[in-house]
Write a protein that binds this ligand. Structure first.
Ligand code: NAD
Length: 277
């Protein structure tokens, strides 16, 4: 792909799923990749996979909800590779399916902090560096950022926020050599369903927090329900299947390439036709 070779990129959520596939794609295109993730083990695994393929990558631990650690992530890229040209602000989590009235304030804040405030914090750290010599940012929204999704109101709100944030920042920087776009993936084969167990969704149910074994059993049951949801999500995709993470990575690489040099402020659905339905 044109215009990627020799550039430097940060990829948040680079330890898994869409982030890992994009980090690997960037590296295969000759990009120096800073793999950033809150989970050190999986982030380092991504770096090892990239190095095993003979390409260049560095791991940096980041929590996108922590502005200081995000600033550190950008500094690592600049110190190690001399610049920052590309940012894929992708880290995100999914919440458990719940009616709006049963979402706790903690659950709401956690989701919005990671999925929306995290993207803003990343751009706040990246833009001053990119302004000096130009750059490209891609933020990860979702199909849920284009249409409402009953039972996923906080997730959908966070992703609609990413779309609005992307458009606004693109306008601010259109004359300063920085393009800002988003992608809106449809259902994609990744580990995101497991993140819904981290938000206190199950342990918030009275009495269950102390009954570890029962909670484990419930997690398995919900995981089965989730698999059924994935199957029904698949039926909702006009192409009749879910995406491989590499298919999302291809769209991100295109938006970051010079073939997309006149595209800014756009959210690209990568969803097997869902947005057309
Ligand atoms: P994933 O769970 O496989 O990967 C997400 C990564 O983000 C993980 O490595 C995780 O450790 C990291 N992460 C979570 N919180 C973080 C934090 N605070 N700081 C830094 N890293 C953090 O899931 P994925 O599906 O690859 O998700 C990537 C993005 O794609 C998310 O923004 C998600 O909302 C979006 N998305 C996914 C789908 C899908 O069907 N998988 C669909 C639409 C959008």
């Amino acid at each position: 792909m044109k215009g990627l070779d020799g550039k430097t990129a940060v990829v948040t959520g680079g330890g898994s799923g869409i982030g890992r596939a994009t980090a690997e794609r960037f590296a295969a295109e000759g990009v120096n990749v800073v793999v950033a993730d809150v989970v050190e083990e999986t982030g380092r695994e991504t770096v090892a996979r990239i190095e095993a393929a003979g390409n260049e990558a560095t791991f940096v631990a980041v929590d996108v909800t922590d502005a200081e650690s995000v600033q550190r992530m950008v500094k690592v890229a600049v110190d190690k590779y001399g610049s920052l040209d590309i940012a894929f602000n992708n880290a995100g989590v999914l919440t458990g399916f719940a009616e709006t009235t049963s979402i706790s304030e903690e659950q709401w804040e956690r989701l919005i902090n990671i999925n929306l405030k995290g993207v803003w914090a990343c751009m706040k750290a990246e833009l001053p560096v990119m302004k000096k010599h130009g750059g490209v940012i891609v933020n990860t929204a979702s199909e849920a950022g284009l249409v409402g999704m009953g039972g996923l109101s906080s997730y959908s709100a966070s992703k609609h926020g990413v779309v609005g944030l992307t458009k606004s920042v693109a306008l601010e920087y259109a004359g300063q050599g920085v393009r800002v776009n988003a992608i809106a993936p449809g259902p994609t084969k990744t580990n995101i369903s497991s993140s819904m167990f981290d938000d206190g969704f199950l342990s918030s149910i009275p009495f269950l927090s102390r009954l570890d074994k029962l909670v484990q059993l419930l997690k398995m049951a919900v995981s089965t329900m989730r698999a059924e949801f994935d199957t029904s999500a698949m039926r909702d995709v006009p192409m009749g299947r879910v995406a491989e993470p590499e298919e999302i990575a291809g769209a991100v690489a295109f938006l970051c390439s010079s073939d997309a040099s006149f595209i800014t402020g756009h959210t690209l659905p990568v969803d097997g036709g869902q947005a057309a339905d």
